[in-house]
Design a protein around this ligand. Structure first.
Ligand code: THU
Length: 161
């Protein structure tokens, strides 16, 4: 018998950086700093990411583009993969993402792409804890308590059976 069911996702919305916790505000500021070093000559869309590790370390990343467009990589994955390469045994607690175009900081919230969401899901599985996601914007900042809210019904290690 067919069942219809409604599923929910949860997020907190803010209008201003000052409403965030000190930790999350600092993480956004680090992500904004990182966006300044993005290599995005093709899209001119400068993305910055900041990863907070369980040891308190903050790892920054930004998008790295290529003349062969498909060879570029998003800011989130640059930061996450660097974090895993450098501190393979330290859990990721939070990730802040920001983006700016030629008009400055986007209205927001910054939206991680599907592939980055998938990598976040893997990172949560790897370290067995949810990652808080702080998505920056000039008009709206969103905080998600875990990637399940950004990528519901994700393909996870357990999906391999
Ligand atoms: N980009 C990111 O770095 N992160 C995202 O979450 C979305 C998109 C980059 C990829 C590309 O360099 C540029 O933004 C435009 O898509």
């Amino acid at each position: 018998m067919m069942h219809k069911r409604t599923y929910q996702i949860f997020a907190d919305e803010y209008e201003n950086l000052s409403e965030l916790t000190e930790v999350d505000r600092q993480l956004i500021l680090k992500a904004r700093e990182a966006s300044e070093n993005a290599y995005a000559p093709y899209s001119k869309f400068l993305v910055g990411a900041a990863v907070l590790l369980a040891n308190g370390e903050i790892i920054k990343g930004n998008n790295q583009e290529n003349a062969d467009f498909t060879d570029g990589l998003c800011a989130e994955r640059v930061a996450l993969f660097y974090a895993h390469a450098t501190y393979p045994n330290i859990a990721v607690e939070a990730l802040a993402v920001t983006a700016k175009n030629s008009n400055g900081l986007i209205a927001g919230p910054a939206q991680p792409c599907g592939s980055c969401r998938q990598v976040l899901v893997e990172t949560e599985s790897r370290y067995k804890q949810p990652i808080r996601l702080i998505l920056d914007g000039a008009e709206k900042i969103m905080v998600f308590n875990g990637a399940d809210n950004l990528l519901p019904f994700a393909f996870k290690p357990g999906s391999l059976g």
